[in-house]
Structure formats: C-alpha cells, structure tokens
Design a protein around this ligand. Sequence first.
Ligand code: DGT
Ligand code: CA
Ligand code: ZN
Length: 523
Amino acid sequence: KLREIPGVGKAIAEKIDELLQTGKLGFLENLKKEVPESLADWLQVPGLGPKKIALIWKTLNITLLSELEAAAKDGKIRGLPGMGAKSETAILEGIASLSRRSGRLPLGRAYPLAQEIIGQLKKVKGVVAAEPAGSLRRMRSTVGDLDILVAAKDSAAVMDAFVNLKGVSRVLGKGETKASIEFMDGVRAQLWVHAPEKFGTALQYATGSKDHNVALRQIALDKGLSLSEHSLTKTKGKGEILCATEEEVYKTLGLPWIPPELREDHGEVVAAKANKLPKLIQVKDIKTNLHAHSTHSDGKLSMLDMARAAAKRGLKVIAFTDHSVGLGVANGLSMERHKEQAAEIKKIQKQLGDEILVLHATEVEIKADGSLDYPDDFLASLDLVVASLHSSLRQPREKVTERLLKAVQNPHVDIIGHPTGREIPDREGADLDMEVILKAAAESGVAMEISAQPSRLDLDDMYARRAKELGVLLSINTDAHSENDLDMLHYGVAIARRAWLEPKDIINTWTAKKLTDWLKKRG
Ligand code: DGT
Ligand code: CA
Ligand code: ZN
C-alpha cells in the first residue's frame, strides 16, 4: 500500500520496508562509511553548504568542527579553489554565532513557549496553578532553560502530561515531583510540582536568582528561621510555617513582596527592608509609540492602519519613523518622498481625529563617519528624530563611540534607537564606551531607547539602570513593522523593570501635550 502514496516509488518503499523489518537502513550505513558523520555539524555553520564542506574535508582531511575552526584561524582555507581570506572570516563568525546560539535562549522565544506549556499543563485535572519560574520569570533577555512550577495535590498526571508535550525529543529525568525534558531544537525545560499549601515557598525558591535567595535565607536566619523550598522552619525548637503564596514568604521575613524582575541581589533586599522599592513601570503606563514603521519604508501596514492598531491598544501618540534614504535595503525615504508622507499624515489625522496623534518622524541612519543621513535643517522640520546605527557595527571601540556621540550631541536628535545594535542571539552590539555615551546623553537631554523587539532588547537592563543613575531619559518602543509587533511592548517594559525604572524615567508615559512641548523645545 506504501506505493499508493504519491512520490513513494519502488526505491523509497523498499527502504521503508527494510527499516520496518530490520530497524536498520543499509543505504544510510553505507553513506556513514563514506562521509564522516561529524561533518553534519558543519552544515549548521551559516554560509557553509555541502559542496564547500566536501572540498575542505577532502583537501585538508579534517572532519571535526574544532578542526575547521583551527584551519580557518591558521589561514589554511584561503588557498582552496574559490575561497579567500573572507571565507575564513565568514566561517569563524559562523562558528561563533553557532556557539552563542547553542547557549542561551532569547526571551522572545522562551516566553511564548513557556506560555504554551503552561496552557497545556493548566488543562490537566487537579492542577491548581502553573507559573514560570527561574530567569524566565525574572524576564532576563536570555534564559538558560525554562523552569515551570505547578501546584497540584497529585503530581502523576501533570508529570505525564509534561513529558508527553508536543515536540519533546528526550526525557532527561522524571521523578515523582520533578521532571526535565528536551525539545527537538535543544531547548530544555524543568517542571516542579508542589502541594498548593507550599506553593509560595516553592515559587520563591525556583524563581531565584540564586544570589537573591542567599540574601533571603540570611534574613530568615537572623529571625531564627530556616527558609527552604518547602517551608520556613524554626531553627530552635519545633515549628513549621507553610506559605501558599510568595507574599506570605516575604511577609514572614518582614519584607514587602519583591517583583521577580528585581531579584538579582542588586540592592533590592536592602531597598525592601527600608521600604524603598521602586514603583516599577507597567505596560499600562505607556501612552505613546515613538518608533514605528509603515509601508513608506519597510513596514507591513499603511500609516492609517498602523495608527488605528496603536489606538486600539490605548496609545495616544504614534510617530512614524520610517528609514532614511541611505538604508536602501529598507526602502529608505528621500527628502522628496517625505513630502508625500507629510501630506498623507495631514489627511489621515483628519480621519483619526483625536483618536491618536500622528507624528511625522524619521529613523535616520548614523553613517559610518558619524554624520546623519539628512541635513540638520531637514531634521529640524520633522516632529521627532530617532537616530540609529544599522551598519559598520564592528568599528573599533573609539571610532564607533565617537560616531554615536555625534548623534547624541546633535540637537535635532530626540531618541537614540536600539543603541548598541545587538541582535539576540546572533550579533553582539557595537563595542561602545557606554559610560561616555550615557554621560553625554544626560548632558544633551536625548532619550536612550529600550527597544522592545525581542530580538533586540537594547539597551539591556544593566545599561538602562546606569542611564537612570546618570539622569538620562529613556524611551520604550516596539520598532513595530507590523500590527503584531505592537504586542511586543511588554518585553521592553520587563527590561525597564529589571532596570528599576519608574514611570517618571520614561518619556512614553508623558501626555501628548508634554511630549510635543518637549519635542518643540529640542528643535
Ligand atoms: P538560567 O536558567 O541559567 O537562565 O538561570 P536561572 O536563574 O533560571 O537558574 P536555574 O535554571 O539554574 O535554576 C532555577 C532556579 O532554581 C534559580 O533561579 C534559583 C533556584 N536555584 C538553583 N540552584 C540554586 C541554589 O544552589 N541555591 C538556591 N538558593 N537556589 C537555587
Ligand atoms: Ca532556568
Ligand atoms: Zn526602526
């Protein structure tokens, strides 16, 4: 019957038959004798295909990824037909990006995956609660693995559901209340099941960070208590306190509940003791989107549709920051085309009324020499200017810092977009002297962006927190190219929370009036 399937001929049918009968495939075994299996790893290196791999393997007689890397470093690839010094650099960069990729998982991938898993686990009978924990709950921009906590009286059913999730390739461990799995793409997830009356201590423990937990355990000890995953117990005599919620854990230790994004032992325990925790920014505080694209450059929606989508999400202002002329790949606008855009904004503003205010803006390229892609008088004529680095990111530290400084100090620039230019997980940001940049930003009054695009999250929390300390304003934007992108805002807000930012630190919390007054003053 196999041969009735379109595309399955005699050869394939025979192979399937052989696999089913013997569990082996002679054809594959022969191939494995001909071609070393480790060469398959090379295929993961971006830019390396079977032909080049065969050439390198047969001429240099190497088969391991580590040997390939060494050969590229020693300049042994450039002598091969069709290869040059550039190929060697490309191979080395490809291998470097591979090792980054196989390391930590971007939050933008981990978060939706965890939501999906949690949704599945919540359907299991007897599950009272299911929550993310670990670095995922603390919303780090990358996570090592997914930690998920479930409250249930009986663990068996939920453990089974977990190891049988769609896409699981390996079960790394499965006990009574703890299991660990690996998905096809190498992502790992852990499940911990606890009784509902102990869920508070369990969630607190598993959320971490490790350093935060160490600090809490010390506070517990000072109070004559020992804090564990299961409970708080008296160190002298008998007595056990069970906590169903995290609030009870912190309260028992004499502390207010600490938001997970702060739990890095970066001063939050001291602040909590003194009742001086920041009033962290929330998604609902954000009233404007000051970095968005339309079909005028590389966005997917017309300005009208995009503005409506933003208004639907409660935003009061949207700035269209389509790309500037030099970014040809993104259909950057000439000054001539800006006239059309200005006319269209006038028209759609009438249609939109006071639903949302549309600003005529630009995302202007910071060119390799530090100059901007439009002349100053043109920038002055726009409502708002975002300046961003998209090219020549690998310039030496001094040069690229100097280049960004020029943009920071240009009085017409209002926001520096995704300042380091990093892309998670493949591309590291420019080698900037951020301390110098942030001090200059404090002086010039330019706002530094926290890009909410999950592939950017740039500035990241450490820099954003330093920015606040130095008195720099921040701006959280989605850099939206589609309607869906508008829903990525919460990632940017999470990074801002990790940076201890409050509504007053972020220009997107301002009213339309306050914002436009600020923009006019800046010129
Ligand atoms: P990751 O996965 O590398 O991004 O980082 P985490 O923070 O998720 O760490 P992970 O997955 O090793 O452990 C999950 C949580 O378990 C962690 O946030 C806190 C808790 N934990 C792990 N090891 C220890 C430990 O040695 N002591 C304490 N107190 N807690 C720990
Ligand atoms: Ca983890
Ligand atoms: Zn952009």
